[in-house]
Ligand binder design. Sequence first.
Ligand code: GLA
Length: 572
Amino acid sequence: MTTFTIGETDFLLDGEPFQVISGTLHYFRIHPEHWADRIRTAKAMGLNTIETYVAWNAHEPVRGEWDATGWNDLGRFLDLVAAEGLHAIVRPGPYICAEWHNGGLPVWLTSTPGIGLRRSEPQYLAAVTEYLERVYEIVAPRQIDRGGTVVLVQIENEYGAYGSDKDYLRELVRVTRDAGITVPLTTVDQPMPWMLENGSLPELHLTGSFGSRSAERLETLREHQPTGPLMCSEFWDGWFDWWGSIHHTTDPAASAHDLDVLLAAGASVNIYMVHGGTNFGTTNGANDKGRFDPIVTSYDYDAPIDEAGHPTAKFHAFRDVIAKYAPVPEVAPRARPDAPTFDVALSGEGDWMPASSGAVSDDPATFEELGYLGPLVRYDVDLPAFDGRAVLAFAEVRDLAWVHVDGVPVGRLSRTLHERALAVPEGTRLTVLVEDQGRVNYGHRLGEAKGLIGGATLDGAPLTGWTATPVDLASAAGTGAGTTGRSLLRGTFDLDAPADLFLDTAAWGKGFAFVNGFFLGRYWRSVPQRTLYVPAPVLRAGANEIVVLELEQAVEPVVRFVAQPSLGQLEE
Ligand code: GLA
């Protein structure tokens, strides 16, 4: 039996000191046909371990409908890691942050009345217990002491930044141990004294998350834990992007230097991310620390392996550093190949908005009240008679609302810009299309409801009698004739063989793109992201179809496939 334990100063693999040199890959952000390739490329950088979170809401979007197949086949992912001779670290949350929608928590959970998130509240704990037991059924038999690959399991995630309920942490540990997890358990926190104190328990191994000033951060960790291996469980080598901002990158040399400092100190490391992948569909999260900033579709993260799986300059800089401390496989640098370039004409099929239907309620129903997991709801209400213009005000708009009077667009309200009111002209019927742009994944806005929140007023008087009609994206095609600029665009193209493509969205406004029925994600004329990554496995030799659900106005009905990704303007 192989053992993996915590020694006085090091992790011990079968009793011998072992420096973990790990990198993060999120299986839920990578097409399953690419898992093996990404794991192999990460290994070529010199890693001996792969780390992944588990995204609860990917496995169980609907309560009780647990899925661990296809994109959710965590067991297969871990087996591929094992097949490469690598170790694995699993971080099942239940909260994972990760710029992933709702920080990984299912919407059915966070919208349960009276639920107490991330603390020892009975409803929450009961659901979390069931979830963890399901995950550990997959993980337990794959632990190193049972002949498998898993060497560490993390409890919660940066809990010290959120709460200090030690009973909650103790309960997670109990469930984990009861489910047969025998490897060492860790916690991760930003290395600030109060976070380290709140986020862990004496029986858990403390680790840190940081991307610079390694020596100083290791010192802080050591002050809080006098013995045992030092570990940076999230060495941030890049950063994520949000709409309306620049594309974030870090200098490969500076990042490699910080990695060098960590490894020279004998610390173990998990590089976050070694390969970021993509927020396909509407899986992106958002931050709101006073301003709502939804994450873009790409999760390239400026990681050493780019979104399409190719090693970057940072890959080689990291590999050179790792080679000083561990054997690394030979790899020759090569430039990212050009993707096929061609244009496809799109034909417009008119407005896809469904007719208003459903029950009438005083205030607009939230997405949660509708039990709807998609990104768009159409709201309608009759307007009272008034002369000229009146002020329409919402308590809160989550997150982007297109307002129409008698079918004519009259304005857009953005949560990011804290817009909640506008003047509307007289008319008989108000229609508001609302997009959930991504659920907050960090801090106390976790689990917030979406839609038109808290009612509406017209010139100060309550506006009541709303219908709320969820938009079924899959069947949005082919409805009515467009009058407002919203349209469904469709095109076809032939390929000799499937290949990764980069789809340039510059000719479009804002919306969602699908290839052969696969939901690529959101696009927006806003900065920074301009191209969407189309993974080869969703394409086929012969005819392929692209569908674009445009929410505003496409400038040109055309798709351009370009040679290289364009993730946006860098900071100057
Ligand atoms: C924290 C979280 C991660 C991720 C990073 C930023 O460290 O633990 O899940 O959100 O921040 O990318």
